[in-house]
Design a protein around this ligand. Structure first.
Ligand SMILES: [Zn+2]
Ligand SMILES: [Zn+2]
Length: 395
């Protein structure tokens, strides 16, 4: 079976690349994946499947039934959305949708899962159980397409025993795969602070309440929460990426806006963090004569890979790829809405190497020069098919 899958994966690789290039050329933003969903549904119909369309608006779900289809179900997930980035790559498949780019590899995940679907559909007489294919919208945007798909019942009728997801990894050489048991990715919450003072002429600070100075103290002060209040062994990050103080050399504004992100891997600390951030920002502002509105927008939960499932998947990947090509991943403080699945069912999220230094393919995800070594699409579809079938054998 393993050799059969490898051969199919290789022979369908050109098709997977063509699908990837089509998606890359026509990227769509989160929750607007209408053409992408249509494309996915059409490809699934061509394979011979009957996709369910319009799940959470632009999601697509399909079932591949093997022998004795109700015996066990494994779900496979791909995300379909792109990012608001202007593509800087000069490639034949460059984005034709200005300002939108598949810079997180979701085109790769989608085309890879289409390839997996083709392989598994072809082999449906050779395995027991069913495979549920989940093509979801809106990974990049709160509340996360995964949470909406779950609300619409994607993990029911039939209910999968486990779910697998993969993500491209521009830091891992193509030909290699990464796994991590247990905690892997962080919860992500967005912070919106409005620091209020009293603006006026920069030459008369004694008459004013300077929100810029208050905001500066808040930004410095809040780092104390990470360095002094958090347990040192518990990973957590607090970063601010946007500060707007729209004054001038001699104009102090009334307000300063600050936006940031708070990440961790512990639900208790997460809630304590929100409280401490709010209290300290408000306290500093008040002590300096101003005030601060703090809004915490709750994002994705942490992503925990089910230990036994991940161990089994890693062992299966070693059979498929060879031990030298399967690596262990570090904790990663990025967020991923696959985390929602991991909260409700056994889940394993692994990384597909896409880096090729010799060819200059090294840019990180979410950058305008992100790209992949497409030979990853010889591996991705077959590997996922193999992992799914190995998982179907469990009971
Ligand atoms: Zn992303
Ligand atoms: Zn992503």
């Amino acid at each position: 079976m393993l050799e059969k899958i490898k051969a199919l994966s290789k022979s369908y690789a050109a098709d997977a690349v063509a699908n990837r290039r089509h998606l890359h050329t026509h990227p769509e933003l989160s929750f607007q994946e209408f053409n992408t969903a249509q494309f996915v549904a059409n490809r699934l119909k061509e394979i011979g499947l009957t996709p369910q369309e319009g799940v959470a608006n632009t999601g697509v779900v399909a079932l591949i039934e093997g022998r004795n289809p109700e015996s066990r179900v494994v779900a496979l997930r791909a995300d379909m959305d792109a990012l608001p980035i202007v593509e800087a790559n000069d490639v034949p498949y460059k984005s034709q949708n200005p300002g939108v780019m598949h810079a997180c590899g979701h085109d790769v995940h989608t085309s890879s899962l289409l390839g997996t679907a083709r392989i598994l559909h072809e082999l449906r007489g050779d395995f027991e159980g069913s495979i549920k294919l989940i093509f979801q919208p809106g990974e990049e945007k709160i509340p996360g397409g995964a949470s909406l798909m779950i609300k619409e019942g994607v993990l029911q009728n039939p209910s999968p025993a486990s779910i697998l997801g993969q993500h491209v990894a521009p830091n891992i050489p193509v030909g290699k795969i990464g796994f991590r048991e247990g905690m892997y990715m962080a919860s992500t919450d967005e912070l919106y602070l409005t620091v209020k003072g009293k603006g006026g002429h920069g030459a008369m600070p004694d008459m004013l309440i300077d929100p810029i100075l208050i905001a500066s103290h808040i930004i410095v002060g809040l780092q104390q929460i990470i360095s002094r209040n958090r347990k040192p062994a518990a990973p957590s990050v607090l970063s601010f990426g946007k500060v707007i103080a729209n004054g001038a050399t001699n104009v102090i504004p009334n307000e300063v806006y600050i936006e940031g992100t708070f990440r961790c891997m512990d639900e208790e600390w997460r809630e304590e963090g929100w409280k401490r951030i709010t209290k300290m920002a408000q306290g500093i502002a008040e002590a300096m004569g101003g005030s601060c509105d703090v809004e915490v927008r709750k994002g994705y939960p942490f992503l925990k890979n089910h230990p036994e499932l991940t161990r089994r998947s890693k062992a299966a990947a070693i059979d498929y790829m060879g031990a030298e090509n399967v690596i262990d991943l570090d904790l990663w403080l990025a967020g991923e809405d696959f985390a929602f699945y991991s909260q409700v069912t056994d889940a394993c999220f692994y990384r597909l190497g896409t880096r090729n230094e010799a060819r200059g393919i090294v840019s990180g995800v979410h950058t305008p020069t992100f790209d992949i070594d497409e030979t990853a699409l010889e591996i991705g579809p077959g590997l996922m098919a193999w992992l799914a079938l190995e998982e179907l054998k469990m009971s």
